[in-house]
Write a protein that binds this ligand. Structure first.
Ligand SMILES: Cc1cc2nc3c(=O)[nH]c(=O)nc-3n(C[C@H](O)[C@H](O)[C@H](O)COP(=O)(O)OP(=O)(O)OC[C@H]3O[C@@H](n4cnc5c(N)ncnc54)[C@H](O)[C@@H]3O)c2cc1C
Length: 488
């Protein structure tokens, strides 16, 4: 039986392990942390529970497919709800509205509250639905770096329609021209941050992220996001995948053009196939430092990171929903500060996620569990201690000015995440959440492929490689690696 070693138990690592175990490979995952899930983790204290990373579940069918492949009923292990409203938006001038799950209702509310003609929102969502349907088969569900894939009919279909992918203008320009009001443009520009990018630089193609949320739906697991990683972790174990925790892979061993195994805690473990679920830049810098690094990990700008406060709050705030955004008054300056100055912005866009709105057990009675996040640059050795204090003040001030809430009075307990802690916990290079950013017109081609061009039996899965970050795309990368291994 062929031995597969997976480095890391993030969602991508677990998913590829399940797929290969089903095919009869002997799969072992080595994870440096004491538990599985990578960025999909949780913290508990004083009766509060916080999901520490992802908060929005899209394309749940990709996770469900894994249970179905194993002949199990996904609803038993990962029940979820469609969320409605999807998000609650607050602008500095007092404009507020909710993004309802039903597109017509959302568009109508934006027309009433912010003056954006509903037809603009609906035509926008229709355009990017069409674009997604053209792009996804070739760019998300397959490796376009594998030349033989271009013979597949779905690739040829995409190739004939490349001009429709809206890749020659930026998201910002497209959205400013499409919408009458700055409110709608800013709302849709926000989707650039879903892969840690800058709306003023990424191709308008990435507007298809809004399609995932507004047309296909935003979801939430019944027990919170942690249930996504844990239910798949349990599924992997039922398929015979072996997990070793507290087991950092220290180096990958190779001979000529083949990897032969990995070194863990000083032991040499033989492998026929090695799959890295570690961030690609971390992988080359730490695990194969003597191998020439590919341009995908040396030449391109990193995605953003974040500063997150996990607050236990001793009151209920009915004006808030599961997901809330308090927008910055100057989005352009905010992104220039993040990407050009590598600093945090004094008037940041604040994202607030409160899972106790849907899961009352996530906070004690009469309380709420706030996850409050701002975008931050990756870690270039800034003074994070001082930046976190500054961010905390800016956020508290903003919550007061937008919502009239003096939140500091209500804090019962607090945890924090910074680019430094994210790097330490998940091995993301410089704490960047999604590997390279998608800034730049050719960004899709600048991600590391799911396979090594030098070593025949070395593969890559997860958010820093093709097709990109976020749970659904990590699950796509696992599917692609399975396909590459099974249909060489
Ligand atoms: C704050 C935040 C908010 C997010 N919001 C969303 C959201 O709302 N929706 C969404 O879909 N996505 C979101 N994401 C992105 C999503 O969480 C990630 O893209 C995804 O979970 C990454 O999975 P991965 O497979 O790349 O592995 P990771 O989660 O990056 O895990 C990699 C694992 O490999 C381990 N590892 C690394 N190197 C080694 C080594 N040498 N030896 C052993 N183990 C090693 C690490 O310890 C880690 O456990 C968010 C992420 C963050 C951080």
């Amino acid at each position: 039986m062929k031995q597969v070693v997976v480095i890391g138990s993030g969602i991508g690592g677990i998913a590829v392990a399940i797929r290969l175990a089903i095919r009869g490979y002997n799969v072992t995952i080595y994870e440096k942390n004491p538990n599985a899930g990578g960025k999909i983790a949780e913290i508990r204290e004083k009766g509060f529970r916080w999901d520490t990373g992802p908060s929005l579940f899209t394309l749940p069918e990709l996770a469900y497919e894994l249970f179905e492949l194993c002949g199990e009923n996904p609803e038993t292990y990962l029940p979820y709800k469609r969320i409605d409203p999807i998000c609650n938006y607050f602008y500095p001038d007092g404009i507020r509205f909710k993004a309802w799950a039903e597109a017509e209702k959302f568009a109508a509310e934006m027309e009433t509250n912010a003056g954006e003609p509903a037809k603009n929102t609906l035509s926008f969502l229709k355009k990017y639905k069409e674009l997604y349907e053209i792009a996804a088969p070739a760019f998300l569900f397959n490796s376009f770096q594998k030349l033989s894939n271009f013979a597949k009919p779905e690739f040829r279909k995409t190739l004939f329609k490349l001009h429709k992918l809206d890749s020659l203008t930026t998201m910002f320009k497209r959205n400013s021209n499409w919408f009458k009001t700055p409110y709608a443009a800013q709302l849709f520009n926000r989707y650039a941050t879903y892969n840690g990018s800058n709306p003023y630089q990424i191709p308008a193609t990435l507007n298809m992220i809004a399609h995932l949320e507004h047309n296909l739906g935003g979801y939430f697991p019944e027990k919170g996001m942690f249930q996504v990683s844990q239910s798949l972790f349990e599924l992997a174990k039922r398929q015979g995948v072996t997990f070793h925790f507290n087991s950092p892979v220290e180096q990958v061993i190779y001979e000529n053009k083949k990897v032969t195994g990995v070194e863990v805690n000083g032991n040499y473990i033989l492998a026929d196939i090695v799959i890295s679920n570690s961030d690609a830049a971390t992988f080359y810098n730490k695990l194969m430092p003597n191998v020439k690094k590919p341009p995908a990990v040396t030449r391109h700008e990193l995605s953003s990171s974040g500063i997150i406060f996990y607050w236990g709050v001793n009151q209920n705030f009915p004006e808030l929903e599961l997901h809330n955004i308090l927008f910055s008054g100057n989005y352009k300056e905010e992104f220039e500060t993040l990407f050009q100055k590598k600093n945090i912005y004094h008037d940041p866009t604040v994202y607030m996620f409160i899972s106790s709105k849907l899961i009352p057990e996530d906070a004690p009675a009469g309380s709420e569990n706030w996850f409050v996040m701002i975008n931050a640059p990756a870690n270039y050795n800034q003074n994070w201690e001082s930046l976190v204090q500054e961010a905390r003040k800016n956020i508290i001030r903003k919550i007061k000015s937008h919502l009239g809430i003096d939140i500091e009075k209500h804090l019962v307990c607090e945890h924090q995440a910074t680019p430094v802690t994210i790097e330490q916990q998940t091995a993301s290079w410089k704490g960047a959440l999604y590997g390279n950013s998608s800034n730049g017109m050719l960004s899709a081609f600048n991600r590391h492929a799911n396979f090594s061009r030098t070593f025949k039996n070395l593969y890559f899965v997860g958010g820093s490689v093709h097709p990109g970050g976020g749970i659904p795309l990590c699950l796509c990368s696992a599917k692609i690696v399975d396909d590459l291994i099974s249909n060489p």
